[in-house]
Design a protein around this ligand. Sequence first.
Ligand code: LFR
Length: 476
Amino acid sequence: MEKYYLAVDIGASSGRHILGTVQDGKIVLEEIYRFENSMKQEDGHLSWDVESLFAEIKEGLKQCKKLDKIPVSMGIDTWAVDFVLLDENNKILGRAAGYRDGRTSGMDEKVYEIISQNDLYKRTGIQKQIFNTIYQLMAVKEKEPELLKRAESFLMIPDYFNFLLTGEKKQEYTNATTTQLVSPVTENWDYELIRMLSYPEKLFGPLSMPGTNAGQFTEEIIKEVGFSCTVVLPATHDTGSAVMAVPKVPDKEGEEDDILYISSGTWSLMGTELLAADCSKESMEANFTNEGGYDYRYRYLKNIMGLWMIQSVKKELAGRGEHYSFAELCDLASKETIPSLVDCNDSSFLAPESMIKAVVNFCRNKKQPVPKSAGEIAAVIYNSLAVCYKETAEELESITGKTYSDLHVVGGGSNAAYLNKLTAKQTGKTVYAGPGEATAIGNLLAQMIASGEFKDLKSARESVYRSFAVKEYKPL
Ligand code: LFR
Protein backbone atom coordinates (compact mmCIF):
# COMPACT_ATOMS: atom_id res chain seq x y z
CA MET A 1 0.00 0.00 0.00
CA GLU A 2 1.53 3.34 -1.05
CA LYS A 3 1.73 6.07 1.55
CA TYR A 4 0.67 9.31 -0.11
CA TYR A 5 1.43 12.83 1.00
CA LEU A 6 -0.28 15.78 -0.64
CA ALA A 7 1.26 19.16 -1.40
CA VAL A 8 -1.05 22.02 -2.29
CA ASP A 9 1.20 24.66 -3.76
CA ILE A 10 -0.42 27.95 -4.74
CA GLY A 11 1.64 30.57 -6.51
CA ALA A 12 0.64 33.99 -7.76
CA SER A 13 -0.21 32.65 -11.22
CA SER A 14 -1.31 29.03 -10.63
CA GLY A 15 -1.95 26.37 -8.02
CA ARG A 16 -1.47 22.61 -8.03
CA HIS A 17 -2.13 19.50 -5.99
CA ILE A 18 0.75 17.06 -6.12
CA LEU A 19 0.80 13.65 -4.51
CA GLY A 20 4.16 12.35 -3.38
CA THR A 21 5.35 8.93 -2.31
CA VAL A 22 8.76 7.55 -1.40
CA GLN A 23 9.72 4.46 -3.38
CA ASP A 24 13.15 2.88 -2.77
CA GLY A 25 14.43 6.13 -1.29
CA LYS A 26 13.25 8.15 -4.28
CA ILE A 27 10.46 10.68 -4.32
CA VAL A 28 7.77 10.05 -6.91
CA LEU A 29 5.33 12.81 -7.83
CA GLU A 30 1.91 12.77 -9.40
CA GLU A 31 0.18 16.01 -10.29
CA ILE A 32 -3.54 15.46 -9.85
CA TYR A 33 -5.06 18.92 -10.09
CA ARG A 34 -4.11 22.38 -11.37
CA PHE A 35 -5.84 25.75 -11.43
CA GLU A 36 -5.25 29.38 -12.39
CA ASN A 37 -4.64 32.22 -9.99
CA SER A 38 -4.17 35.98 -10.28
CA MET A 39 -4.83 39.14 -8.32
CA LYS A 40 -8.22 40.59 -9.15
CA GLN A 41 -8.88 44.27 -9.68
CA GLU A 42 -11.91 45.31 -7.64
CA ASP A 43 -13.00 48.87 -6.77
CA GLY A 44 -9.58 50.10 -7.79
CA HIS A 45 -7.82 47.59 -5.52
CA LEU A 46 -5.93 44.39 -6.17
CA SER A 47 -7.00 41.44 -4.06
CA TRP A 48 -7.04 37.65 -4.01
CA ASP A 49 -10.22 35.69 -4.49
CA VAL A 50 -9.61 33.49 -1.44
CA GLU A 51 -13.08 32.01 -1.62
CA SER A 52 -12.56 30.54 -5.06
CA LEU A 53 -9.02 29.48 -4.16
CA PHE A 54 -10.44 27.54 -1.25
CA ALA A 55 -13.02 25.97 -3.57
CA GLU A 56 -10.11 24.89 -5.80
CA ILE A 57 -8.29 23.41 -2.81
CA LYS A 58 -11.36 21.28 -2.09
CA GLU A 59 -11.75 20.29 -5.76
CA GLY A 60 -8.20 18.93 -5.70
CA LEU A 61 -8.98 17.02 -2.50
CA LYS A 62 -12.01 15.46 -4.17
CA GLN A 63 -9.68 14.34 -6.93
CA CYS A 64 -7.70 12.31 -4.35
CA LYS A 65 -10.92 10.57 -3.41
CA LYS A 66 -11.79 9.92 -7.05
CA LEU A 67 -8.38 8.37 -7.67
CA ASP A 68 -8.63 6.46 -4.39
CA LYS A 69 -5.27 7.91 -3.34
CA ILE A 70 -5.98 9.21 0.12
CA PRO A 71 -3.03 11.09 1.61
CA VAL A 72 -1.85 10.46 5.16
CA SER A 73 -1.18 14.17 5.43
CA MET A 74 -1.42 17.33 3.39
CA GLY A 75 0.23 20.73 3.50
CA ILE A 76 -0.43 24.11 1.91
CA ASP A 77 2.09 26.71 0.81
CA THR A 78 1.48 30.01 -0.97
CA TRP A 79 3.27 33.26 -1.74
CA ALA A 80 4.19 35.35 1.31
CA VAL A 81 3.34 38.68 2.99
CA ASP A 82 -0.44 38.67 2.38
CA PHE A 83 -2.97 38.01 5.13
CA VAL A 84 -6.56 38.28 6.24
CA LEU A 85 -8.02 39.92 9.32
CA LEU A 86 -10.97 38.05 10.81
CA ASP A 87 -13.76 39.39 13.01
CA GLU A 88 -15.25 37.63 16.03
CA ASN A 89 -17.31 35.40 13.71
CA ASN A 90 -14.23 34.51 11.67
CA LYS A 91 -15.44 36.55 8.70
CA ILE A 92 -12.84 38.38 6.63
CA LEU A 93 -12.70 42.10 7.43
CA GLY A 94 -12.24 44.12 4.26
CA ARG A 95 -10.44 42.30 1.47
CA ALA A 96 -7.67 39.73 1.17
CA ALA A 97 -5.48 42.44 -0.35
CA GLY A 98 -2.85 41.50 -2.89
CA TYR A 99 0.71 42.62 -2.34
CA ARG A 100 0.91 44.52 -5.61
CA ASP A 101 -1.92 46.83 -4.54
CA GLY A 102 -0.98 50.49 -4.35
CA ARG A 103 -2.32 50.97 -0.81
CA THR A 104 1.17 50.64 0.63
CA SER A 105 2.49 53.66 -1.25
CA GLY A 106 3.98 56.08 1.32
CA MET A 107 3.50 53.61 4.18
CA ASP A 108 7.26 53.12 4.47
CA GLU A 109 7.54 56.75 5.56
CA LYS A 110 4.78 56.23 8.14
CA VAL A 111 6.66 53.26 9.57
CA TYR A 112 9.97 55.17 9.60
CA GLU A 113 8.35 57.94 11.64
CA ILE A 114 8.15 55.30 14.37
CA ILE A 115 11.33 53.33 13.71
CA SER A 116 14.15 54.19 11.33
CA GLN A 117 14.80 51.98 8.34
CA ASN A 118 18.23 51.07 9.78
CA ASP A 119 16.82 50.03 13.12
CA LEU A 120 14.05 48.08 11.47
CA TYR A 121 16.56 46.08 9.44
CA LYS A 122 18.77 45.53 12.48
CA ARG A 123 15.79 44.13 14.37
CA THR A 124 14.27 41.99 11.64
CA GLY A 125 16.87 41.37 8.91
CA ILE A 126 14.12 41.64 6.31
CA GLN A 127 14.79 43.54 3.08
CA LYS A 128 12.67 46.53 2.30
CA GLN A 129 9.85 45.61 -0.03
CA ILE A 130 7.02 48.10 -0.03
CA PHE A 131 4.56 45.19 0.08
CA ASN A 132 5.90 43.62 3.30
CA THR A 133 3.11 42.99 5.79
CA ILE A 134 4.46 45.67 8.12
CA TYR A 135 3.63 48.32 5.48
CA GLN A 136 0.34 46.66 4.55
CA LEU A 137 -0.75 46.76 8.19
CA MET A 138 0.26 50.41 8.32
CA ALA A 139 -2.00 51.00 5.31
CA VAL A 140 -4.89 49.36 7.18
CA LYS A 141 -4.12 51.38 10.32
CA GLU A 142 -4.00 54.64 8.35
CA LYS A 143 -6.84 54.09 5.91
CA GLU A 144 -9.22 51.59 7.50
CA PRO A 145 -8.45 51.78 11.22
CA GLU A 146 -11.82 50.31 12.19
CA LEU A 147 -10.80 47.01 10.55
CA LEU A 148 -7.75 46.72 12.75
CA LYS A 149 -9.84 47.60 15.81
CA ARG A 150 -12.43 44.96 15.02
CA ALA A 151 -9.92 42.26 14.12
CA GLU A 152 -9.84 39.23 16.40
CA SER A 153 -7.39 37.21 14.30
CA PHE A 154 -4.62 37.80 11.83
CA LEU A 155 -3.81 34.87 9.57
CA MET A 156 -1.41 34.67 6.65
CA ILE A 157 -3.07 33.21 3.53
CA PRO A 158 -1.98 29.55 4.05
CA ASP A 159 -2.78 29.82 7.77
CA TYR A 160 -6.27 30.95 6.77
CA PHE A 161 -6.80 27.98 4.45
CA ASN A 162 -5.58 25.64 7.19
CA PHE A 163 -8.11 27.24 9.52
CA LEU A 164 -10.92 26.63 6.99
CA LEU A 165 -9.86 22.98 6.72
CA THR A 166 -9.35 22.23 10.41
CA GLY A 167 -10.99 24.96 12.48
CA GLU A 168 -7.56 25.57 14.08
CA LYS A 169 -5.71 28.85 13.89
CA LYS A 170 -1.98 28.30 13.65
CA GLN A 171 0.56 30.97 12.70
CA GLU A 172 3.41 29.36 10.82
CA TYR A 173 6.94 30.64 11.41
CA THR A 174 8.53 30.84 7.92
CA ASN A 175 5.73 32.90 6.46
CA ALA A 176 5.47 35.00 9.63
CA THR A 177 9.06 36.17 9.13
CA THR A 178 8.00 37.85 5.85
CA THR A 179 5.76 40.20 7.83
CA GLN A 180 8.95 41.99 8.99
CA LEU A 181 7.62 41.70 12.53
CA VAL A 182 9.67 38.70 13.68
CA SER A 183 13.05 38.85 15.41
CA PRO A 184 15.82 36.64 14.00
CA VAL A 185 17.33 36.61 17.48
CA THR A 186 14.34 35.33 19.47
CA GLU A 187 12.77 33.71 16.38
CA ASN A 188 9.44 34.94 17.69
CA TRP A 189 7.23 37.98 17.05
CA ASP A 190 9.05 41.16 17.98
CA TYR A 191 6.40 42.32 20.44
CA GLU A 192 8.25 45.49 21.28
CA LEU A 193 8.20 46.48 17.62
CA ILE A 194 4.54 45.50 17.35
CA ARG A 195 3.72 47.73 20.33
CA MET A 196 5.76 50.61 18.90
CA LEU A 197 3.68 50.40 15.72
CA SER A 198 0.45 50.16 17.76
CA TYR A 199 -0.62 46.98 16.00
CA PRO A 200 -2.94 44.96 18.26
CA GLU A 201 -0.70 42.55 20.15
CA LYS A 202 -3.43 39.94 20.53
CA LEU A 203 -3.26 39.24 16.76
CA PHE A 204 0.20 37.73 17.08
CA GLY A 205 0.01 34.37 18.84
CA PRO A 206 2.47 31.50 19.26
CA LEU A 207 4.40 30.61 16.12
CA SER A 208 4.38 27.04 14.81
CA MET A 209 7.30 25.45 13.01
CA PRO A 210 7.13 23.47 9.75
CA GLY A 211 6.41 19.85 10.59
CA THR A 212 3.76 20.79 13.16
CA ASN A 213 0.46 18.95 13.07
CA ALA A 214 -2.08 21.68 12.28
CA GLY A 215 -5.19 19.59 12.92
CA GLN A 216 -7.67 17.24 11.26
CA PHE A 217 -10.30 18.07 8.65
CA THR A 218 -13.54 19.34 10.23
CA GLU A 219 -16.67 17.19 9.93
CA GLU A 220 -17.96 19.56 7.28
CA ILE A 221 -14.83 19.17 5.12
CA ILE A 222 -14.83 15.38 5.59
CA LYS A 223 -18.40 15.30 4.34
CA GLU A 224 -17.60 17.44 1.35
CA VAL A 225 -14.37 15.82 0.15
CA GLY A 226 -15.11 12.28 1.29
CA PHE A 227 -12.16 11.55 3.59
CA SER A 228 -10.32 12.75 6.66
CA CYS A 229 -6.72 13.87 6.68
CA THR A 230 -4.12 15.42 8.95
CA VAL A 231 -2.96 18.87 7.95
CA VAL A 232 0.77 19.32 8.53
CA LEU A 233 2.55 22.65 8.25
CA PRO A 234 5.23 22.73 5.57
CA ALA A 235 7.30 25.88 5.20
CA THR A 236 4.07 27.63 4.23
CA HIS A 237 6.00 30.37 2.46
CA ASP A 238 6.48 28.91 -1.03
CA THR A 239 10.08 30.10 -1.29
CA GLY A 240 10.82 28.39 2.03
CA SER A 241 9.51 25.13 0.58
CA ALA A 242 11.31 25.60 -2.75
CA VAL A 243 14.68 26.13 -1.10
CA MET A 244 14.24 22.97 0.97
CA ALA A 245 14.19 21.10 -2.33
CA VAL A 246 17.48 22.43 -3.69
CA PRO A 247 19.19 19.12 -4.50
CA LYS A 248 22.08 18.22 -2.22
CA VAL A 249 24.91 16.61 -4.13
CA PRO A 250 25.97 13.79 -1.76
CA ASP A 251 29.69 13.84 -2.51
CA LYS A 252 30.04 17.54 -1.73
CA GLU A 253 30.32 16.97 1.98
CA GLY A 254 30.61 20.08 4.09
CA GLU A 255 29.30 22.35 1.38
CA GLU A 256 25.75 21.95 2.44
CA ASP A 257 25.32 25.53 3.54
CA ASP A 258 27.22 27.05 0.66
CA ILE A 259 24.63 26.58 -2.01
CA LEU A 260 23.75 29.36 -4.40
CA TYR A 261 20.22 29.12 -5.72
CA ILE A 262 17.50 30.92 -7.62
CA SER A 263 13.95 29.94 -6.82
CA SER A 264 12.52 30.93 -10.17
CA GLY A 265 8.83 31.60 -10.66
CA THR A 266 6.82 34.79 -10.66
CA TRP A 267 9.77 36.12 -8.64
CA SER A 268 13.42 35.17 -8.88
CA LEU A 269 14.65 34.68 -5.34
CA MET A 270 18.41 34.45 -5.46
CA GLY A 271 20.59 33.66 -2.49
CA THR A 272 22.16 31.17 -0.15
CA GLU A 273 21.43 29.63 3.23
CA LEU A 274 22.85 30.93 6.50
CA LEU A 275 22.62 29.45 9.97
CA ALA A 276 22.31 32.91 11.54
CA ALA A 277 20.82 36.07 10.08
CA ASP A 278 23.10 38.83 8.78
CA CYS A 279 21.51 42.12 9.84
CA SER A 280 24.54 44.27 9.08
CA LYS A 281 24.44 47.66 7.41
CA GLU A 282 26.28 46.28 4.36
CA SER A 283 23.64 43.62 4.00
CA MET A 284 20.86 46.19 4.34
CA GLU A 285 22.40 48.45 1.75
CA ALA A 286 22.61 45.58 -0.72
CA ASN A 287 18.97 44.87 0.13
CA PHE A 288 19.43 41.24 1.08
CA THR A 289 16.85 39.61 3.29
CA ASN A 290 17.01 36.94 6.00
CA GLU A 291 13.81 34.94 5.69
CA GLY A 292 13.15 32.31 8.31
CA GLY A 293 13.40 28.77 7.01
CA TYR A 294 13.04 25.14 7.96
CA ASP A 295 14.97 24.24 11.13
CA TYR A 296 15.58 27.96 11.76
CA ARG A 297 17.90 28.19 8.78
CA TYR A 298 17.90 31.58 7.05
CA ARG A 299 17.32 32.18 3.41
CA TYR A 300 19.71 34.98 2.70
CA LEU A 301 18.44 36.25 -0.62
CA LYS A 302 17.30 39.04 -2.83
CA ASN A 303 13.92 39.42 -4.54
CA ILE A 304 14.39 39.99 -8.25
CA MET A 305 11.32 40.92 -10.29
CA GLY A 306 11.62 37.62 -12.17
CA LEU A 307 9.35 35.98 -14.70
CA TRP A 308 6.50 38.27 -13.66
CA MET A 309 7.86 40.63 -16.29
CA ILE A 310 7.60 38.11 -19.10
CA GLN A 311 4.31 36.68 -17.76
CA SER A 312 2.85 40.19 -17.91
CA VAL A 313 4.14 40.77 -21.44
CA LYS A 314 2.74 37.43 -22.59
CA LYS A 315 -0.68 38.31 -21.17
CA GLU A 316 -0.61 41.76 -22.70
CA LEU A 317 0.31 40.44 -26.14
CA ALA A 318 -2.45 37.84 -25.90
CA GLY A 319 -4.89 40.66 -25.13
CA ARG A 320 -3.92 42.16 -28.48
CA GLY A 321 -4.52 38.85 -30.22
CA GLU A 322 -0.80 37.93 -30.38
CA HIS A 323 -0.60 34.54 -28.68
CA TYR A 324 2.84 33.19 -27.80
CA SER A 325 3.94 30.43 -25.45
CA PHE A 326 6.91 31.09 -23.16
CA ALA A 327 8.99 28.79 -25.37
CA GLU A 328 8.07 30.84 -28.43
CA LEU A 329 8.98 34.08 -26.68
CA CYS A 330 12.35 32.57 -25.73
CA ASP A 331 12.86 31.46 -29.28
CA LEU A 332 12.07 34.90 -30.70
CA ALA A 333 14.28 36.57 -28.08
CA SER A 334 17.23 34.34 -28.92
CA LYS A 335 17.26 35.72 -32.48
CA GLU A 336 17.47 39.36 -31.40
CA THR A 337 20.60 41.42 -30.87
CA ILE A 338 19.15 44.46 -29.09
CA PRO A 339 21.66 45.51 -26.39
CA SER A 340 19.25 47.41 -24.12
CA LEU A 341 18.97 46.42 -20.45
CA VAL A 342 16.52 47.38 -17.73
CA ASP A 343 16.96 47.34 -13.96
CA CYS A 344 14.70 44.43 -13.03
CA ASN A 345 14.35 45.75 -9.51
CA ASP A 346 12.98 49.11 -10.59
CA SER A 347 9.63 49.79 -8.92
CA SER A 348 8.10 50.73 -12.27
CA PHE A 349 7.90 46.99 -13.01
CA LEU A 350 6.06 46.01 -9.82
CA ALA A 351 2.50 46.57 -11.04
CA PRO A 352 2.50 48.62 -14.27
CA GLU A 353 -0.66 48.98 -16.28
CA SER A 354 1.39 47.94 -19.30
CA MET A 355 4.63 46.00 -18.79
CA ILE A 356 5.54 46.55 -22.44
CA LYS A 357 5.28 50.31 -21.98
CA ALA A 358 7.22 50.14 -18.72
CA VAL A 359 10.10 48.34 -20.47
CA VAL A 360 9.98 50.69 -23.47
CA ASN A 361 9.92 53.78 -21.20
CA PHE A 362 12.82 52.54 -19.14
CA CYS A 363 14.94 52.05 -22.27
CA ARG A 364 13.91 55.41 -23.69
CA ASN A 365 14.69 57.24 -20.43
CA LYS A 366 18.13 55.63 -20.31
CA LYS A 367 18.71 56.56 -23.96
CA GLN A 368 19.01 52.95 -25.05
CA PRO A 369 17.52 51.45 -28.22
CA VAL A 370 13.80 51.00 -27.71
CA PRO A 371 12.50 47.43 -28.19
CA LYS A 372 9.77 47.22 -30.81
CA SER A 373 8.82 43.63 -31.53
CA ALA A 374 7.69 40.92 -29.09
CA GLY A 375 11.06 39.23 -29.60
CA GLU A 376 12.96 42.40 -28.74
CA ILE A 377 10.89 43.04 -25.63
CA ALA A 378 11.47 39.46 -24.48
CA ALA A 379 15.19 39.73 -25.26
CA VAL A 380 15.52 42.88 -23.14
CA ILE A 381 13.77 41.17 -20.23
CA TYR A 382 15.67 37.88 -20.36
CA ASN A 383 19.05 39.58 -20.81
CA SER A 384 18.31 42.00 -18.00
CA LEU A 385 17.36 39.15 -15.68
CA ALA A 386 20.59 37.31 -16.42
CA VAL A 387 22.64 40.47 -15.77
CA CYS A 388 20.76 41.03 -12.53
CA TYR A 389 21.59 37.44 -11.47
CA LYS A 390 25.26 38.10 -12.19
CA GLU A 391 25.27 41.30 -10.12
CA THR A 392 23.43 39.64 -7.27
CA ALA A 393 25.88 36.70 -7.21
CA GLU A 394 28.77 39.18 -7.05
CA GLU A 395 27.19 41.07 -4.17
CA LEU A 396 26.50 37.86 -2.33
CA GLU A 397 30.06 36.62 -2.77
CA SER A 398 31.42 39.91 -1.54
CA ILE A 399 29.18 39.92 1.56
CA THR A 400 29.63 36.26 2.51
CA GLY A 401 33.28 36.06 1.47
CA LYS A 402 32.52 32.79 -0.28
CA THR A 403 32.65 31.83 -3.93
CA TYR A 404 30.09 29.59 -5.52
CA SER A 405 31.00 27.68 -8.65
CA ASP A 406 27.52 26.27 -9.16
CA LEU A 407 24.12 27.86 -9.33
CA HIS A 408 20.97 25.83 -8.71
CA VAL A 409 17.87 27.12 -10.46
CA VAL A 410 14.72 25.49 -9.09
CA GLY A 411 11.01 26.07 -9.68
CA GLY A 412 8.92 26.54 -12.81
CA GLY A 413 11.37 29.04 -14.29
CA SER A 414 14.10 26.38 -14.35
CA ASN A 415 12.46 25.07 -17.52
CA ALA A 416 13.41 28.24 -19.44
CA ALA A 417 16.46 26.84 -21.23
CA TYR A 418 17.22 30.10 -22.99
CA LEU A 419 17.37 32.00 -19.68
CA ASN A 420 19.50 29.26 -18.12
CA LYS A 421 22.02 29.59 -20.94
CA LEU A 422 22.14 33.37 -20.55
CA THR A 423 22.51 32.94 -16.78
CA ALA A 424 25.44 30.53 -17.13
CA LYS A 425 27.08 32.90 -19.60
CA GLN A 426 26.61 36.01 -17.46
CA THR A 427 27.52 34.52 -14.08
CA GLY A 428 30.32 32.26 -15.32
CA LYS A 429 28.85 29.51 -13.14
CA THR A 430 27.56 26.08 -14.00
CA VAL A 431 23.78 26.24 -13.83
CA TYR A 432 21.95 23.16 -12.56
CA ALA A 433 18.32 23.55 -13.56
CA GLY A 434 15.59 21.67 -11.73
CA PRO A 435 13.51 20.33 -10.21
CA GLY A 436 10.71 22.41 -11.70
CA GLU A 437 8.30 21.44 -8.94
CA ALA A 438 10.71 22.36 -6.16
CA THR A 439 8.07 24.16 -4.11
CA ALA A 440 5.69 21.22 -4.02
CA ILE A 441 8.61 18.88 -3.34
CA GLY A 442 9.79 21.01 -0.41
CA ASN A 443 6.24 21.04 0.92
CA LEU A 444 6.21 17.22 0.71
CA LEU A 445 9.64 16.95 2.34
CA ALA A 446 8.47 18.74 5.48
CA GLN A 447 5.59 16.26 5.75
CA MET A 448 7.83 13.29 4.97
CA ILE A 449 10.40 14.30 7.59
CA ALA A 450 7.59 14.81 10.12
CA SER A 451 6.36 11.29 9.49
CA GLY A 452 9.84 9.73 9.61
CA GLU A 453 10.37 8.92 5.90
CA PHE A 454 13.60 10.97 6.04
CA LYS A 455 15.65 11.56 9.13
CA ASP A 456 16.44 15.19 8.42
CA LEU A 457 16.62 17.89 5.77
CA LYS A 458 20.05 16.78 4.59
CA SER A 459 18.92 13.26 3.76
CA ALA A 460 15.71 14.61 2.23
CA ARG A 461 17.78 16.87 -0.05
CA GLU A 462 19.97 13.95 -1.04
CA SER A 463 16.84 12.13 -2.05
CA VAL A 464 15.81 15.10 -4.21
CA TYR A 465 19.18 14.78 -5.94
CA ARG A 466 18.60 11.07 -6.60
CA SER A 467 14.98 11.48 -7.64
CA PHE A 468 14.88 14.27 -10.19
CA ALA A 469 16.77 14.86 -13.39
CA VAL A 470 18.67 18.11 -13.32
CA LYS A 471 19.96 19.81 -16.49
CA GLU A 472 23.44 21.21 -16.58
CA TYR A 473 24.41 24.42 -18.41
CA LYS A 474 28.11 25.17 -18.57
CA PRO A 475 29.20 28.79 -18.90
CA LEU A 476 30.39 29.46 -22.44
C1 LFR B 1 7.41 34.03 -4.28
C2 LFR B 1 7.14 34.93 -3.10
C3 LFR B 1 8.37 35.66 -2.63
C4 LFR B 1 7.75 36.83 -1.95
C5 LFR B 1 6.70 37.20 -2.94
C6 LFR B 1 5.55 37.97 -2.42
O1 LFR B 1 6.24 33.42 -4.71
O2 LFR B 1 6.60 34.21 -2.02
O3 LFR B 1 9.22 34.91 -1.79
O4 LFR B 1 8.64 37.86 -1.67
O5 LFR B 1 6.24 35.95 -3.46
O6 LFR B 1 4.84 37.25 -1.47
